[in-house]
Write a protein of this length. Sequence first.
Length: 260
Amino acid sequence: MTENPTSKDEMQITGSESKVTMPMRDVPAWWSVWLPAVVYPILVIAALAFPDFYGFMQRKEGAIEYLGVLVLLVGVVIGLGIFKYTNRLPKSGRWLKWFYVVSLLGMFVFAGEEISWGQHLGLWGHEDVPEFIAERNDQTETNFHNMANALDQGPTNAIVLGTFVAFVVLPIIRKIRGLTMRPGDADYWFWPTRVCVVSAIGVLVIPFPKRIYEWATNTASAPNELRHSEFHEFYIALLMTTYIISVYIRLKQMPKPTRG
């Protein structure tokens, strides 16, 4: 992190004879702002006025689940392009290529788990699930997240916690200490940029109606209209994909490393 923040992200790379300063392009607004801003209001309207449509959107193996899988796979495909440009990362951030490998693997596994690695697409039925898995999976599906609560809620809780740190704790620290991140810093390529904010709001806010209802009524389960788990997973998928696309777009703009 660097002192004296500027109002917008800038690329400042010092070469052998010159210094280039220019605004950094990032993920376009139609994806980073309008898409996440529109989906949740549609959910609320559907839950109140069109319960059948809401049920179609929200149910397991429904429209939102498949849309989340599509978003993740788009992110994986685009994210593979990052490795063409990892030599443009600052020297202090060369380790980040391994972080991107883990991130893309995580997104691929997330997508696979959502569709039970093809079972939800009708490639095989419950009766075809291997016995070893069927005995341990409470929904007789070809996935790991239904085998134990830790495998189901653990990754989700970790992402929500990371989102809280990145979009609540870190900005407060930056503001207090007067810090900013520049392309020459490894931090700039690790933490998400402002294009992820709207998706992050969805990740942090969507679970609260259900939790508030259960706390206020002292019940273990909220009504279906407040159970937005598939939408929450969609926003997690959108946040992860927006982050990866942002890295790709910005890294592609970095100057090629000079020899010698």
